[in-house]
Ligand binder design. Structure first.
Ligand code: SAM
Length: 159
């Protein structure tokens, strides 16, 4: 598969999963955390899906498309491994993490802390959506969508 095809599949998977769980997330109180603001595409989609909800974005720096840049009060700058500590025991209804690199060695380092961070930030019953698989006793994998190839993108519910 070409990198273009892989990129398209990743973005389609993000959109399809987020759209699929929208009503269930909307039924929960709590913030929405976007780990990896990047260009701001998924941040913009989250704002559209959850217009009345606080969406807080995290990244090493804010360099998103201008119209997809959060207010400073909703932008957390720094290494997520450190900055998310302020959100532990949190109330998040949804955490979306798009911080995979495609490099197994780098992603393996991320996976030493990301599952604990996501589980710790979510309220019980909250949802996690991630480009990297999150193995954690409090995160129960949800059935894949027909439109999402196995192993392409993952979603979970916190118990
Ligand atoms: N979903 C985004 C979008 O739609 O535009 C794209 C996210 S991009 C693939 C990943 C982003 O995560 C990059 O901007 C990168 O700087 C950030 N990132 C990755 N790992 C990080 C970490 N450990 N701490 C802070 N930011 C991180």
């Amino acid at each position: 598969m070409s990198r273009l095809d892989s990129f398209i599949r990743r973005l389609s998977a993000q959109r399809d999963i987020l759209n699929e769980i929208r009503d269930q997330v909307a039924a929960l109180p709590g913030d929405i955390l976007e780990l990896g603001l990047g260009n701001g595409r998924t941040f913009d989609h989250l704002r559209e899906l959850f217009p009345d909800r606080r969406v807080i974005a995290f990244d090493r720096m804010a360099r998103s498309f201008q119209a997809s840049t959060p207010d400073p009060s909703n932008m957390v700058v720094g290494e997520i491994r450190d900055t998310i500590l302020d959100f532990m025991g949190g109330n998040a209804a949804l955490v979306h993490a798009d911080i995979g690199t495609g490099h197994d060695d780098l992603d393996a380092i991320t996976l030493t802390w990301l599952p604990d961070s996501v589980a710790g930030a979510l309220a019980p019953g909250g949802f996690a959506v991630s480009g990297l698989p999150l193995e954690h006793p409090k995160l129960v994998a949800l059935p894949g969508l027909d439109s999402v190839p196995s192993g392409r993108y993952f979603h979970y519910r916190r118990i």
